[in-house]
Design a protein around this ligand. Structure first.
Ligand SMILES: [Zn+2]
Length: 427
């Protein structure tokens, strides 16, 4: 897996296959390009070119008197109009996500002023979005009629839309819905709730669907639900395994259709979440990077000062990284590769990256294939990671965090993304 390049320290750098994206995308999800292409060919009448606009928003109905026993997901393509028919399976997927990304996914209980209109509204959400929602609901009542949806719920909504059932005017394809992102809600009492939601970081970007709000500073978790389903399927069907890549394709769909609506017999598993290592730990090989997501790798380099190989535990990522209380926060950074890289965040001030051996303090953008890349965080990156480049008066430079790094040349304000301390250091 690892290949050490000839060393011309300190630039010599090796990247494991995982980081290069040759292997499995950790929490990968589909690129929007093919979807946009179909839109441009007008194959979908409902397409607007804006993925977030093409989806079902509004009241997810209750199930009524139907008993969920031995039905498969496919049995509900032509019966019921309630995604609560697959609520048990969806809860397993959400709980599996909690195991895969503790601290990123959180439970969302109806409390304070927050309530749900039906059992089809799953009580899970991205952690920061959930906190801002609860803060808003402490000011005014907020009634959700849709929130986080799993790929299984989205599959049914999409089928009902395609069949003209249930009065659904549009529905994103499974794996693509912004309600799978964990940062989207539809509210039943918009007029009452909108001001408080806006005060707490929620935006209502869809003119056609004003009940829809998004918490856009939160990471987009799309793909994590697909990955969680794939893990559950494989755990229960060892003789018929599929790729655990977070991508929704024909193999995943055929297994999803025949999955038990009442849930798998072997449920979610957090095995590995108490893994021995953490993002940023020193390492010598991939085997020394046992991370909670089961996908750690050792990014290593040659250190000229010590005349030794050094390494840091990292993981490939798409938007979200595992978090664990008592540990340094990890951040999915865009290092210019086809996948993001989970690296430790700087703790700020003189502490910086103390304890993360050999790392380079750099402001980097968050990596997200489908989402925003605007968020910038100062992290402890492997030393050969390139800085964000910047330009001023035809001079080239690198973006640095002046709180923790010195610039030997001229500093320019307002050129680099991120906060006030992030400036362009011209060579
Ligand atoms: Zn919505």
């Amino acid at each position: 897996m690892r290949k050490l390049l000839p060393c011309s320290p300190p630039q010599a750098f090796e990247i494991s296959q995982k980081q290069l994206g040759i292997g499995i995308a950790l929490w990968g999800h589909m690129t929007p390009q093919s979807f946009l292409l179909l839109c441009s060919l007008s194959l979908f009448s409902a397409c607007t070119g804006e993925i977030t606009g093409d989806d079902f928003h509004g009241d997810e109905q209750d199930l009524g008197n139907i008993q969920i026993t031995t039905q498969r997901v496919r049995d509900f393509e032509t019966s019921t109009c309630s995604t609560a028919s697959v609520a048990a399976l969806s809860r397993q997927i959400a709980e599996e996500m909690l195991c895969m990304a503790p601290g990123v996914v959180s439970k969302l209980e109806a409390q304070g002023g927050l309530s749900f209109t039906s059992s089809a509204v799953l009580p899970y959400m991205e952690a920061e979005a959930a906190q801002d929602l609860l803060d808003a609901a402490a000011e005014v009542p907020i009634i959700l009629n849709s929130g986080f949806r799993t790929v299984v719920q989205q599959y049914l909504l999409r089928k009902w839309f395609e069949r003209g059932r249930c009065g659904i005017p549009s529905a994103a394809r499974p794996g693509r819905s912004n309600h799978e992102s964990g940062r989207a809600i539809d509210v039943a009492n918009r007029a009452q709730a909108k001001s408080a939601l806006r005060r707490h970081g929620w935006r209502d970007p869809l003119q056609r669907d004003p009940v829809h709000f998004e918490h856009r500073s939160s990471p987009d978790m799309r793909g994590l639900d697909v990955h969680a389903f794939q893990r559950l399927w494989n755990r229960n069907n060892p003789s018929d395994t599929i790729s655990e890549d977070g991508e929704y394709g024909p193999n995943t769909e055929s297994r999803l259709r025949k999955s038990p609506a009442a849930g798998f017999s072997i449920g979610p598993s957090c095995a590995g979440s108490d893994a021995a290592n953490w993002v940023g730990d020193s390492c010598e090989s991939d085997a020394g990077c046992e991370l909670p997501n089961g996908d750690g790798s050792c990014s290593s380099w040659f250190d000229a000062n010590s005349d030794q190989l050094q390494g840091m535990c990292t993981s490939s990522c798409n938007g979200v990284c595992p978090q664990r209380s008592g540990e340094r926060t990890s951040f999915c950074a865009d290092t210019g590769q086809s996948e993001g890289l989970c690296v430790p965040q700087s703790v700020g001030g003189s502490e910086g990256c103390l304890g993360v051996t050999g790392s380079r303090l750099l402001p980097l953008r968050r990596f997200e294939q489908n989402g925003l890349r605007s968020q910038v965080q100062t992290v402890c990156a492997p030393p050969q990671t390139a800085a964000i480049s910047c330009q001023s008066d035809n001079r080239q430079g690198e973006c640095i965090d002046t709180d923790v790094s010195e610039c030997p040349g001229d500093l320019v304000h307002g050129v680099c993304p991120g906060g006030n301390s992030i400036r362009c250091c011209l060579q």
